[in-house]
Design a protein around this ligand. Structure first.
Ligand code: BEZ
Ligand code: FE
Length: 290
């Protein structure tokens, strides 16, 4: 077969992959070719525009290393990460909704005892986080593992300022008590822009978009016999809730971070300054590993 033109090239490529032995690879390859060709037919790029597209992807790749994953950021900013999440994590009644993992998760977060302060001494408004982990039927998940991480009050994660602060902070791993409950202290996080000094930032600017995420606390929660939950809790009232650059906000994940006056906090600690209190009760979907 030869002499392909705009009308015949798609079928020719599809025919060429029709013998792929793995049916899933065949299905994915066929869809890729059909959608890519349809994209090009719709956009009708000039040769120069096509080169610019290739250059964009090349620079996206060059931006990646063991600390920066520009392709995931691209997937996040184009809403693809949340689409994949929606397809893979339909949640039953009583199970907490999921959202994106993001690039600031660290596997080796320090283990902390319930009630500890994880702020690492960083300045900010004190925040008490309390909550519980249970099955959708309400059964407490004693010993559930709760990984948390969040930004400081300037919107920076510890890993973005390690030279300045010297150690991991505002992140920890806890284990729920016998009633599935947990609590810890930290500082109230702020909204922040996703890393936008690379190709994804240029794309956002060209698309007339801002790079901001509303303030939130990340949670990764696991318990035997349940699917791992990856989610955040967002600060109610944040001005970016309706324009999160990565489309990660869901109503069920927004909570008031309640301002409380100085005095005795719900965990019995005496506070001589005002503080904030977030409570969230998480539900884990029964099932295997995520
Ligand atoms: C985050 O919330 O940490 C995040 C998520 C997606 C892209 C960038 C940051
Ligand atoms: Fe985040």
């Amino acid at each position: 077969m030869r002499n392909f033109n705009e009308n015949t090239i798609t079928d020719a490529v599809l025919a060429r992959i029709s013998d792929a032995s793995n049916p899933r690879i065949k299905q994915i390859s066929e869809a890729l070719v059909r959608h890519l060709h349809a994209f090009v037919r719709e956009v009708r790029p000039s040769q120069k525009e096509w080169e610019q597209g290739i250059d964009f992807l090349t620079r996206t790749g060059h931006m990646c290393d063991d600390k920066r994953q520009e392709f995931i950021l691209l997937s996040d900013a184009l809403g693809v990460s949340m689409l994949v999440d929606a397809i893979n994590h339909p949640q039953p009644e009583g199970a907490t909704e999921t959202t994106v993992l993001g690039p600031f998760y660290v596997q080796a977060a320090p283990d902390k005892a319930l009630g500890e302060d994880i702020s690492g001494g960083l300045e900010g408004e004190p925040l008490l986080v309390t909550g519980s982990v249970s099955s959708p039927d309400g059964k407490p998940l004693a010993g559930a593992t709760i990984d948390v991480w969040h930004s400081d009050d300037d919107g920076y994660y510890d890993v973005q300022q390690l030279e300045k602060i010297g150690d991991l902070a505002m992140r920890a791993r806890f284990h729920a008590d016998d009633n599935g409950r947990f609590h810890f202290w930290s500082i109230k996080p702020a909204a922040y822009p996703i890393p936008h000094d690379g190709p994804v930032g240029q794309m956002l600017e060209a698309q007339g978009r801002h790079p901001w995420r509303p303030a939130h606390v990340h949670f990764m929660i696991s318990a035997p016999g349940h699917e791992q939950l990856v989610t955040h809790v967002f600060v109610a009232g944040d001005k970016y809730l309706d324009s999160d650059v990565v489309f990660g906000v869901k109503d069920s994940l927004i909570r008031e971070f309640v301002r409380r006056e100085r005095g005795t906090a719900p965990d019995g600690r005496h506070m001589d300054a005002p503080f904030y209190h977030l409570n969230y009760d998480f539900g884990l979907k029964p099932g295997g590993s995520r």
